[in-house]
Design a protein around this ligand. Structure first.
Ligand SMILES: Nc1ncnc2c1ncn2[C@@H]1O[C@H](COP(=O)(O)OP(=O)(O)O)[C@@H](O)[C@H]1O
Ligand SMILES: O=C(O)C1=C[C@@H](OP(=O)(O)O)[C@@H](O)[C@H](O)C1
Ligand SMILES: [Mg+2]
Length: 304
């Protein structure tokens, strides 16, 4: 049998009835939601009229929502979130629950134009995706054929006492096919797919090492971003004429030799890839240098 209210201790009798309490919290929630919608709208410099039009709600309805007087449907709320360029979750999460840092980061990102976001992702992945110390334990050499990746990479790995991994050799051994056959069977896209999977596995298996990757790895942004964020990367560079001379000197007469246009093609490829290769942590230009000279510079770069 329950006690009459007037016999309850004062502390308990002053508490609101559960139903009243619920109404109160609901009202608070709607008020906070309204304030958040308004704040986001104002931060974007959008008028109520504009948001209402884009979200396909009446201006009156939106005004009610903003003052905490309207209980909007979830579907309309989704439209409003879209008009404001945020997710439903973001709309529902009160910023008060966020740290100052998160709030600042979010505001900073909101102001950045869409085309800069890719660069932000890359930088975040590179600088924070892996512990910087861990990343520096894996050195990746990239650049066009004949740059000296295999030559310098083997020397560096021996010097550091870590494994030397040539990504194309791993692919050949995994597939049991020479590179040329993989290209002719699966095309460039197929090769790049295998290359991506192989790189991911190599990264899982090796926390340290020197890795030499094929010049064309930059063709797939996701693979390249992954490489940049997982390794300390060095672009091994040379003049187009030297690339050509070295490859021919190795006896490899494939695509470049015996063709008047080959030199021109090589220049074009190098030029087109320059902005991509430049994203590496460092560049060493080996033009006009002996192997030993380039190696001592590479060693200094990696060990300093
Ligand atoms: N400064 C230099 N640095 C690296 N390699 C050089 C240099 N000068 C000449 N070479 C020669 O160039 C060739 C580079 O070939 P390789 O290491 O197979 O390049 P990649 O693996 O980048 O295709 C080697 O034969 C090497 O001896
Ligand atoms: O551009 C590429 O992806 C490739 C370059 C070559 O490597 P090197 O640059 O070591 O010669 C070799 O791995 C393969 O033909 C794929
Ligand atoms: Mg090589």
């Amino acid at each position: 049998m329950s006690k009459p209210a007037d016999t309850l201790p004062a502390r308990l009798s002053s508490l609101p009835e559960p139903a009243d309490e619920q109404t109160h919290t609901d009202a608070e929630f709607l008020k906070a939601l309204g304030a958040r919608v308004r704040e986001l709208r104002e931060r974007r410099g959008m008028t109520r009229k504009l948001v209402a039009r884009e979200a396909q709600v009446s201006e009156r309805h939106l005004a009610h929502l903003e003052t905490g007087d309207g209980n909007v449907s979830i579907v309309l709320l989704r439209h409003i979130a879209q008009a404001l360029g945020v997710s439903l979750v973001e709309l529902l999460t009160s910023e008060v629950e966020d740290s100052v840092e998160r709030r600042l980061i979010r505001r900073f990102l909101e102001r950045l134009p869409q085309h800069r976001l890719e660069e932000v992702i890359f930088r975040l992945m590179r600088d924070f995706g892996h512990d910087e110390a861990v990343r520096r334990k894996r050195v990746a050499l990239l650049g066009l054929r004949g740059a000296g990746k295999s030559t310098l990479g083997a020397m560096l790995a021996a010097e550091l006492g870590v494994p030397f991994i040539e990504l194309d050799k791993v692919i050949v051994s995994d597939t049991g096919m020479p590179i040329s056959e993989i290209f002719s069977l699966y095309g460039q896209a197929g090769y790049r797919r295998i290359e991506k999977q192989t790189l991911e596995r190599v990264m899982r298996d090796h926390t340290e090492g020197v890795i030499s990757v094929g010049g064309g790895i930059v063709a797939r942004p996701d693979t390249y971003d992954f490489l940049l964020s997982s390794c300390f990367t060095v672009w091994v560079k040379a003049q187009p004429e030297e690339h050509m001379a070295r490859v021919i000197a190795q006896g490899d007469m494939r695509p470049m030799a015996g063709n008047d246009e080959a030199m021109e093609d090589l220049r074009r490829i190098l030029e087109a890839r320059e902005p991509l290769y430049s994203r590496a942590d460092h560049t060493i230009d080996t033009s006009g240098e002996t192997v030993d000279m380039s190696f001592s510079r590479l060693k200094q770069l990696v060990t300093s």
